[in-house]
Design a protein around this ligand. Sequence first.
Ligand SMILES: Cc1ncc(COP(=O)(O)O)c(C=O)c1O
Length: 290
Amino acid sequence: VTNGSQQAIDLLTRVLLAPGDTVAVEDPGYPLPRRAFGAHGCRVIGVPVDAEGLVVDAIPSRARLAYVTPSHQYPLGMAMSMGRRQALLAWANRVNGIIVEDDYDSEFRFGGRALEPLHSLDTSGRVLYVGSFSKVLMPTLRLGFLVAPTSLSAALRKAKHLADWHTAVATQGAVAHFIEDGLFAQHLRRMRRVYAERHHRVRSVLEAVAGDRLTALPSAGGLHLAVQLRGRGGTTDRALAEAAHRLGVAVLPLSRCYLSGAPRAGFLIGYGAIPTGNIEAGLRRLRRCL
Ligand SMILES: Cc1ncc(COP(=O)(O)O)c(C=O)c1O
């Protein structure tokens, strides 16, 4: 049990990686883990993603660890295909590598069938599974977990002990009771409905008020939608996000998630914390910035 998935990443980095090691990350991808790998002195290489997820054939030959978000690629939103899951596991077996599976929001899937996590498909103990309560309950709890092969558990426990002894016991106890009393399952059922409604609302309002400038990318669920910007007229998505911020609308520029190559311009629109009834007004303000 860790202080969010970010601490799980930090601990596994300390245990498994040495400065100078090469780490493969999705490009675009979630910036915080790659910053943690980089701060440890690792060479972080971006690997492209396509509609099936990470392009496994493009993993650099020096890499021995790959960090991925297979159930809901961050930031673009697609799920990794079964073929790519198998290919990634085969890669890990071939190079004696490790896969870090960040499964941060798969509780909120609104359609289609969930694919098996890499961790369940793995038969050789090469997948470290990272989970978090940040999306499913709230990010300020700082509660996450790491499911690691038995061969690594002693070293990981030692690293956690050296870092901060343990995650707050009161928080763990409260969440454990919440789960045992059935309230967590109830919360999930309710929030699945609420988030699905917000997801569809963001899509339909966007299409109506900004369909000429913004295209929503296909997404399996989660708490954000990635949208691509068309015809920027020389303005960057960062400048547009700043302008939106001045109007009281927080969107993340998509280009921030790119490590290399030509970033796609666009935004991540989060709907975890906005009442459904405020979505239209927010998106209309975003439209004014465009
Ligand atoms: C890709 C991804 N992984 C993990 C997390 C959760 O991180 P943490 O558990 O450290 O809050 C998030 C939250 O935004 C995320 O977007």
